[in-house]
Design a protein around this ligand. Structure first.
Ligand code: NAP
Ligand code: MG
Length: 481
């Protein structure tokens, strides 16, 4: 128990002006869906937030038709500078309504308000500002002369960073001149619907962005729709694989951002205090619901005991609870299904012989929670070392030499990200050069910037989001033509 207790500091929900039910956002208006509506709940209380329309095939058709019309009649007729003006306007409105968006995100998703307020929403605005700047400079993006838009983009996103994933998808698509139909995840539709209101406020021409809510079936109908030119998906490897199969030979351009099992490598010459913070940020940020999370700690054998002890001390100070409390470090797990999966994989880890340690903390009565957990002495063949837990669970492995660290880090079907902690720049560069991972952080972890491309190798998917590379996914360039 800590000696100085914190008084509750809840962020008020009074700033939210939510409707009791939300329709689908098609052609600039909210319209009823033809599927059976569903409820979105707060995972911290299991209380209903709002009723959400469910798009069936007919609605998907209407949304794609609206996007097609908008592409042909308005969006493709605008200059890049004019498209940029809309994107700048959206970015500014996101900033103006930042507090409201942060509260809505924490309520619907369960993530701590300090993360949605200080990380998610500022990055959403940054993504729109960044791509707004590219809209009139596509000829200078290094993608060949006069790159052209693809047409209608179908975008499907997961629940872990609902509004940020929306921004990663919509900002480059619009900057490049495409129109969009986007489906948010079933458990986190709220911030996308508030974003639709922002689009109305920004007077974005009708149909340029359509947001349709629903579950996996809606996503499937959208990506399989014959009139879309581009599919962008972020989510699990299994669904990504199914989408790759179903779009093969259709002529649709495809990008997949899938899972990960990142190694966070700590050498014995690392600044240990910073490394401890980096390990915590790497795996306990957003309850570990992060595709690029540093879920495998590879620590050099001679500092293993010290690092694990200090990590346990640090984790004992993390506060788990109300996502809307400004002191909360660990919020709620997004859904009961995800909680069940984390529990199942953790039990398997224990059964396979790893040593389980869990931070002591009071678990609220309602809602979905999982206390920060470490598995020590994990073998490379163990399922918790190979599969994505997507929760606040760290697997600790050790190594003796840089060569062994590299071999263990690359021993995974994934390849999204990695971290290296060392005092020696030359060692960092030499190791980074041999890691098969799309993003490598040195003496930091989980840092994002719109100018920096993000994406994976192997089962982590293909294509890049962010930076100029992110534009390429939404353009027909000389090479494709
Ligand atoms: P998921 O089941 O793959 O869902 C992702 C999205 O796809 C959701 O909107 C989902 O709808 C929809 N969907 C489900 N089945 C579909 C189908 N057959 N066709 C088209 N769309 C379909 O993944 P999740 O469990 O929500 O998210 C966790 C996973 O996403 C993790 O594995 C994580 O690593 C990965 N992820 C990767 C990145 C990255 O950038 N690489 C980022 C975030 C998450 P419903 O939610 O409504 O079912
Ligand atoms: Mg929810």
């Amino acid at each position: 128990m800590s000696f100085l207790e914190y008084a509750p500091a809840p962020e008020s929900t009074a700033i939210l002006n939510l409707k009791d039910s939300y329709g689908l956002f098609i052609n600039g208006d909210f319209v009823p869906g033809h599927g059976t509506p569903f409820e979105t709940i707060s995972p911290a209380t299991e209380k209903r937030i709002a009723t959400i329309a469910n798009a069936n095939e007919k609605d998907v058709d209407a949304a794609v038709a609206a996007a097609r019309r908008a592409y042909e009649k308005t969006w493709s007729k605008l200059s890049g500078a004019d498209r940029g003006k809309y994107l700048f306007r959206i970015a500014r409105l996101v900033q103006e309504r930042a507090r409201e968006l942060a509260v809505a995100e924490s309520l619907d998703n369960g993530k701590p308000i300090k993360e949605s307020r200080d990380v998610d929403i500022p990055l959403v605005a940054a993504w729109f500002f960044y791509y707004a700047g590219w809209a009139d400079k596509l000829d200078y993006a290094g993608l060949g002369a006069a790159p052209r838009a693809l047409g209608v983009a179908a975008q499907v996103i997961p629940w872990n960073f609902p509004l940020l994933m929306l921004a990663w998808k919509i900002a480059p698509a619009l900057a490049a001149g495409n129109t969009v139909v986007l489906k948010p995840a079933e458990t986190t539709p709220l911030s996308a619907l508030l974003f639709a209101e922002i689009l109305q406020q920004a007077e974005l021409p009708a149909g340029v962005v359509n947001i349709i809510t629903g579950a996996g079936d809606t996503g499937q109908a959208l990506v399989q729709h014959p009139d879309v030119n581009k599919v962008a998906f972020t989510g699990s490897t299994s669904v990504g694989r199914a989408i790759a199969k179903s779009t093969a030979g259709s002529g649709k351009k495809l990008t997949l951002e899938l899972g990960g099992k990142a190694a966070n490598i700590v050498f014995d010459d690392a600044p240990i205090d910073q490394a401890i913070e980096g390990i915590v940020n790497g795996i306990f940020f957003n309850q570990g619901h992060v595709c690029c999370a540093g879920s495998r700690l590879l620590v050099q054998e001679n500092i293993h005991d010290e690092v694990v002890d200090r990590l346990k001390q640090r984790l004992s100070t993390l506060r788990l609870g109300d996502p809307l409390d400004k002191n909360t470090d660990i919020g709620a797990i997004n859904s009961r299904e995800q909680l069940d999966r984390i529990r199942e994989l953790s039990d398997i880890g224990e059964a396979e012989g790893a040593e389980r340690w869990t931070a002591e903390c009071a678990i609220p009565e309602n809602g979905f929670w999982f206390a920060p957990t470490i598995f020590d002495n994990v073998s490379t063949s163990s399922r918790i070392a190979r599969e994505e837990v997507f929760g606040p669970v760290l697997s600790v492995l050790s190594f003796r030499t840089p060569a062994e660290a590299i071999a263990k880090a690359n021993n995974t079907p994934y390849g999204l990200s990695a971290g290296i902690w060392s005092d020696k720049g030359s060692k960092i560069l030499a190791v980074a050069d041999q890691l098969k991972a799309g993003v490598i952080w040195a003496n930091t972890f989980n840092r994002f910037d719109p100018a920096s491309p993000f994406g994976g190798y192997k089962e982590s998917g293909y294509g890049r989001e962010g930076g100029r590379h992110g534009l390429a996914a939404y353009l027909k360039t000389g090479i494709d033509a």
